[in-house]
Design a protein around this ligand. Structure first.
Ligand SMILES: *[C@@H]1O[C@H](CO)[C@@H](O)[C@H](O)[C@H]1NC(C)=O
Ligand SMILES: *[C@@H]1O[C@H](CO)[C@@H](O)[C@H](O)[C@H]1NC(C)=O
Ligand SMILES: *[C@@H]1O[C@H](CO)[C@@H](O)[C@H](O)[C@H]1NC(C)=O
Length: 754
């Protein structure tokens, strides 16, 4: 009897644990198999095509029901068994609670908080970006299954980091269009999964377009009219969005707050309908930033109440047809169907097994740590003095307002992290530490705490200063006024360096670049590390690099300018190209020719790599479309329109040896740039990143790396009218200091025949 009873109890507990293990399952969003009135309706039939199901559902909805589905907080339709849905969730670098669709608590107290995107971008490792996307979408699905998360995530932010002062630059993958586009493609793939038409979660590339100013000198993003040339749109601002839609197959694009050339981006049919839908073939929905909609044009979903409040009225007054409303619903309902939201019980579907055990698990947290190790950039290493040695540097002074931070490390658009390792905790695993903040916070407005910091530096075998910025200095709605370290930080660093007995190492946390020329030039500062905002275990990653357990391989995804760069550079001037007559310097490594502190792509290693080109073509023929060029024109001095070339998969393949000539293993990022022929006109960038590959090479070993460069996409330049052209003649491919010349020649049928 007793044993039978205990068996019962045990069974009960197993049952309880199984239920618990799957999370507190919430009721299905729609098409509940227990609901006999709806489960057999065609829109619930998994066996039918999604387009049929969407049309069936739209046919059943009344106008007022339809209208209430067009806003982020979409109402339910109880008579059809459809629950309400909050479209707005965020997952920029981990599941976030910035959007109202996702809430932490109870079984889901936190989620893995990866480094801020600018840090992860610095890894230049596309498979890492995809792996992070997979982990984030696992955790998002787990939270959805538990009833506390959404399935539509308004991430990533792929705007170009155009101006170093931008408060949201931290959220982006940097200043280069191809880097930003490649990041978008891989992160989106990781989030959305690769199961054909099905979506794991729906991602969103934002903010389209030319949005990279929050609040500068009295100009804010809601009122800013970005004057952008067709040339800059085509070869800078559009590039990441086009790649995100065409190659990443993203489920959604968000339009931005600002205007472009006098028209709000969310109300511009040319941008939204012609570009995103007709040219790039977006298979998904377009959403407004919250709440940037005044008028419904080609938009499908409004973050904010506007569409819900005014659409029905607009239809009644004949300003909008019900057909327009249906068109928007096709786009949003299709995404919900692709997510499986109309397939009944979520727990019996793909990803239905994901629950609390899949959030913050050791594998996920290890990837967050690994991402930080891969993204941290070694800017300076005189001597070399790094890595430090736990044998020789037994006591380390750890100084600075960012030396014991946690939330600072996860930047903005974050959630609640699983836990943290602060810098002082990370360093404490390698050495005895003497901790002195030196300043109360990053504003560092007085020197009251300098004394004990100098004493600590004087006593220790080595000094590590953890300085930089946080969200009080650079943030959404807050652009910086200048590029220098805030307050008395510079003073503290210099004084501590003078007082230090051992080597002084400067570690910076920041999203944007900081002008630390003083530290670069100070011979008492032996090493400098940029950690960006390195995520929940950033302190462990910093320590692993400082003490040599990891060899740094990150490269800067943006140019570090001296403060003087800003002299004649209104943030409101969108032009990428310099203007000599206006004394305007131009922007990013592609166009700016003046002095820099560290160039785009800068990053040192504890070892040394050498490149040699094993093989590469010297001449590439570009077949022209017969319709346009059936005579034997001499094209050698021209730049032919990309639309006139038979591009196909036409590409150049380089074989490059990467040799590790040092004595420790390391990873190396091969950055491949190309420069068009001179006379590519004023159109062309001085150089452009066309490919990058990350490789691990053991000490004294070498690896052969294959680099493919798509000719039409990557060797083309854009003329003043915004037309993409391939300049004929000699292009120079740069890999580090190795250069290779390749000549492009157009061929027509006529020439081939003669
Ligand atoms: C051949 O090309 C030249 C130069 O572009 C052009 O002026 C001429 O009209 C073309 N001839 C034909 C038959 O297309
Ligand atoms: C084409 O024009 C270039 C520059 O004008 C000249 O150097 C080259 O010889 C010409 N090629 C042919 C095949 O006429
Ligand atoms: C890129 O990141 C992935 C995931 O962390 C890792 O497995 C791989 O080794 C990295 N590649 C290189 C060359 O470091």
């Amino acid at each position: 009897m007793a044993s039978k009873f205990s068996l019962l109890i045990t069974t009960f507990f197993i049952l309880l644990c199984t239920l618990h293990h799957n999370g507190e399952a919430h009721d299905p969003f729609a098409c509940d198999p227990k609901d006999v009135t709806t489960k057999n309706l065609p829109f619930c039939k998994v066996s039918l095509a999604i387009s049929e199901r969407v049309n069936d559902l739209i046919g059943r909805l009344r106008l007022e029901e339809k209208v209430n589905l067009l806003v982020n907080t979409a109402s339910g339709v109880p008579r059809l068994g459809i629950k309400s849905y909050e479209w707005w969730s965020e997952a920029l670098h981990g599941v976030s609670n910035v959007g109202p669709g996702t809430k932490f608590g109870a079984q889901f107290p936190g989620a893995t908080s990866f480094p801020q995107v600018i840090t992860t971008a610095a890894s230049f490792n596309a498979s890492l970006w995809e792996a992070i996307g997979r982990v984030v979408s696992d955790e998002a699905r787990a939270m959805y299954n538990g009833g506390v998360g959404g399935l539509t995530y308004w991430s990533p932010n792929v705007n170009i980091f155009r101006d170093p002062r931008w408060g949201r630059g931290q959220e982006t993958p940097g200043e280069d269009p191809v880097l930003a586009g490649t990041y978008a493609v891989h992160y989106v793939k990781g989030l959305q999964g690769t199961d054909g038409n099905r979506l794991k979660v729906a991602a969103c590339c934002k903010h389209f377009t030319a949005y990279d100013l929050d609040n500068w000198n009295g100009v804010d993003r809601f009122h800013f009219n970005a004057q952008v040339s067709k040339q800059d749109i085509e070869d800078t601002f559009d590039v990441p969005f086009r790649m995100c839609v065409k190659e990443g197959k993203v489920a959604s694009v968000m339009c931005s707050y600002n205007q472009v050339n006098g028209v709000p981006t969310c109300a511009d049919p040319t941008l939204l309908k012609r570009t995103i839908r007709e040219q790039w073939h977006l298979d998904g929905y377009i959403v407004s930033d919250c709440d940037s909609v005044g008028v419904l044009y080609s938009l499908d979903l409004d973050c904010g109440p506007f569409l819900g409040l005014h659409t029905q009225d607009a239809v009644k007054k004949g300003m909008l047809s019900e057909g327009d409303v249906n068109g928007a619903l096709v786009n949003t309902l299709t995404i919900q169907m692709r997510l499986g939201m109309f397939d009944g019980e979520p727990l019996s579907q793909a990803y239905g097994n994901l629950g609390p055990k899949d959030v913050c698990n050791p594998v996920h947290q290890e990837l967050a740590l690994e991402a930080a190790r891969q993204g941290i950039v070694l800017l300076k290493n005189n001597g070399p003095s790094l890595p430090l040695s736990p044998q020789h540097h037994r006591t380390v002074a750890v100084i600075g307002p960012n030396s014991d931070v946690t939330i600072t490390m996860i930047g903005n658009y974050a959630g609640i992290a699983c836990g943290y390792t602060s810098p002082i905790q990370g360093i404490g695993k390698y050495a005895r530490t003497i901790h002195q903040p030196g300043c109360a916070n990053v504003a560092c407005s007085n020197d009251n705490q300098f004394g004990p910091a100098l004493d600590a530096a004087h006593q220790a075998d080595a000094t590590i200063l953890v300085m930089g910025l946080d969200q009080s200095i650079e943030a959404e709605t807050k652009d910086r006024a200048g590029l220098l370290l805030p307050g008395l930080q510079q003073d503290l660093v210099s004084k501590v360096a003078d007082a230090s007995r051992g080597p002084t190492i400067l570690v910076l946390m920041s999203g944007g670049p900081v002008d630390i020329t003083f530290a670069q030039n100070n011979h008492r500062i032996a090493g400098i590390l940029w950690a960006g905002y390195p995520g929940q275990d950033g302190g462990a990653a910093i320590a692993d690099i400082l003490f040599g357990a990891a060899n740094p391989g990150g490269k800067l995804p943006m140019t570090w300018y001296p403060q003087e760069y800003l002299t004649n550079l209104p943030m409101t001037n969108m032009a990428m190209r310099p203007s000599q007559s206006k004394g305007y310097p131009g922007r990013t490594y592609r166009f700016y020719k003046g002095p820099v502190l560290y160039p785009f792509g800068h990053g040192l290693s504890y070892t040394h790599f050498v490149h040699t080109i094993a093989s590469a073509p010297k001449l590439v023929s570009i077949p022209l479309n017969g319709h346009h060029h059936s005579n034997t024109t001499n094209f050698s001095n021209k730049a032919i329109r990309v639309t006139h070339a038979r591009c196909g998969k036409l590409s150049i393949t380089l074989h490059v040896y990467v040799k590790n000539v040092g004595s420790i293993d390391g990873t190396h990022t091969l950055l491949v740039f190309s420069a068009p022929p001179l006379g590519g006109g004023n159109w062309a960038p001085q150089k452009q990143l066309v490919a990058f590959e990350k490789v691990h090479v053991d000490a004294k070993a070498q690896k052969l790396v294959l680099v493919n460069i798509h000719v039409c996409k990557l060797l083309s330049v854009v003329d003043k009218l915004g037309i993409r052209r391939i300049p004929m003649g000699e292009h120079v491919i740069h890999i580090g200091d190795v250069k290779h010349h390749v000549s492009l020649q157009a061929t027509t049928l006529g020439i081939i025949k003669s």
